[in-house]
Design a protein around this ligand. Structure first.
Ligand SMILES: Cc1cc2nc3c(=O)[nH]c(=O)nc-3n(C[C@H](O)[C@H](O)[C@H](O)COP(=O)(O)OP(=O)(O)OC[C@H]3O[C@@H](n4cnc5c(N)ncnc54)[C@H](O)[C@@H]3O)c2cc1C
Length: 110
């Protein structure tokens, strides 16, 4: 039987945004799992009710890269143009740190 392990933060996507988020979350001393898989982004919306824009193309986030679902953050191309590496990396950094802060808050409230 495989050993069970709990993670504080799970990141979907191994592009520049996802990897940057993972690095910055891990620096905040939380455990991070990064999953990479080629699927359509609509999966997120269908399964956990993440808010997309009116055209259902991009995920809506605030300045902390938080979505409407508590504890779920988004970054990079999925949040809209400009589709550039620097933007994806910058947003990934913000999302990773915000996710780590959220995870620590959740941990301390248990
Ligand atoms: C041909 C081309 C040339 C480009 N040239 C430049 C350039 O010169 N300069 C520049 O700045 N930008 C360039 N870009 C844009 C740049 O590549 C993107 O802005 C950047 O890769 C976005 O990073 P990201 O992490 O948001 O998304 P992505 O790089 O698209 O990474 C997202 C990852 O998430 C994975 N994924 C999707 N759904 C799921 C799921 N459900 N579960 C798990 N994983 C999932 C995907 O497989 C993918 O690996 C170019 C893009 C293209 C296509």
């Amino acid at each position: 039987m495989p050993e069970k392990k709990n993670y504080d933060v799970i990141i979907l996507g191994t592009g520049p945004a996802g990897l940057q988020a993972a690095i910055h979350a891990a620096r905040k001393k939380v455990s991070v799992l990064v999953l990479g898989k080629e699927t359509r982004s609509s999966v997120y919306h269908a399964h956990i009710g993440i808010q997309f824009d009116d055209e259902m193309k991009y995920i809506d986030t605030n300045k902390k890269m938080e979505t409407n679902v508590p504890g779920v953050f988004a970054a990079g191309d999925i949040c809209g143009p400009p589709w550039q590496m620097a933007k994806a990396v910058g947003e990934g950094c913000i999302a990773g740190m915000a996710a780590a802060a959220h995870a620590k808050k959740m941990r301390s409230s248990v």
